[in-house]
Design a protein around this ligand. Structure first.
Ligand code: SAM
Length: 275
């Protein structure tokens, strides 16, 4: 049954899309939620986490996640970073940020709003780069389509020569998106000392976590690889059924690289962590 019928708007072309949400969504995990979208005379069932499909329709990502589901994460994570910068000698304009899982540029836009002048984006899907080019062309100095677990030689060369001193990754860890290995590889592209700002669903850093993030983050802090500066539990967004979904926003400083043995262990076929 149709319980909502919303009109979104492509800001650039003014072409409208219609989104229909169905009831009986209560039992769905957040990466299983979907809706019907009508755009350009075609109606499609789109799963919210099928980002390639979502980015292809201008304005749909913003409409679904930010208007309908009240997502607040780019602003929350970036403002926590800014708060910590304000208490340090680093200014936003000193940062060269690697924004991983950059999507269509919402985090980059927020960083620029806070005074950051150099942001390099990385995402695994081409549609993300195309959406940035279409919707936020002035935000990133460079935007690479790369899998950080298998960085291409040209991508590696570009990133290693940028003197990256800050990593952001927002709404992109876990749920089959960025795995611990990609996070670790991105972390090691940042200079030490450097800044790290990210969010993660609270379940992924609890004792029950089996994704590997909880263990990695705890080991990194215990070994002094990163020092936690700020940790904030907050409402990331609503589920389609209207239930608040809680994430942790974390700001830390990088002290040193993650040891290569840890990364090799993660690279292991079984993704077992025996460091
Ligand atoms: C929910 S979107 C978040 C986009 C943006 N950070 C934001 O907050 O609006 C998650 C993004 O992570 C990207 N992603 C998933 N797996 C990835 C990987 N292994 N490496 C880089 N990006 C990845 C997806 O393509 C998607 O664009």
């Amino acid at each position: 049954m149709v319980i909502a019928n919303s009109i979104g708007n492509d800001r650039r072309t003014q072409q409208e899309f219609t989104v229909r949400f169905l009831d009986a969504m209560e039992s769905l995990e957040q990466d299983e939620e979907w809706c019907w979208v009508e755009y350009g005379g075609i109606t499609k069932k789109i799963r919210f986490h099928d980002y390639d499909e979502v980015y292809k329709i201008p304005g749909l990502y913003e409409f679904l996640f930010y208007e309908k589901l009240e997502c607040n994460s780019p602003r929350m994570v970036c403002s926590l970073l800014k708060k910590e910068l304000d208490q340090s000698p680093t200014n936003p304009e000193d940062l060269v940020v690697l924004d991983v899982g950059a999507g269509n540029g919402m985090v980059g836009e927020e960083l620029v709003r806070l005074g950051v002048e150099k942001v390099i984006g990385v995402d695994i899907i081409e549609e993300a780069g195309e959406a940035v080019e279409r919707d936020r062309p002035a935000i990133y100095e460079e935007y690479l389509i790369e899998d950080l677990t298998e960085l291409s030689p040209s991508g590696k060369k570009i990133l290693e020569h940028r003197d990256l001193n800050c990593l952001t990754t927002v709404a992109a860890l876990g749920f089959g998106d960025i795995p611990p290995l990609a996070f670790a590889e991105a972390f090691n592209l940042i200079t030490a000392p450097g800044w790290i700002a990210f969010n993660i669903k609270e379940r992924f850093i609890g004792n029950e976590d089996s994704s590997g993030f909880s263990r990695l983050i705890h080991e990194m802090t215990e070994e002094g690889i990163m020092n936690l500066r700020s940790f904030k539990r907050y409402q990331h967004r609503l589920s389609l059924a209207g239930t608040p979904l809680y994430y942790d926003a974390i700001v830390a400083t990088k002290q040193k690289d993650i040891p290569r043995e840890w990364i090799d262990a993660m690279n292991d076929e079984n993704h077992t962590f025996r460091f």
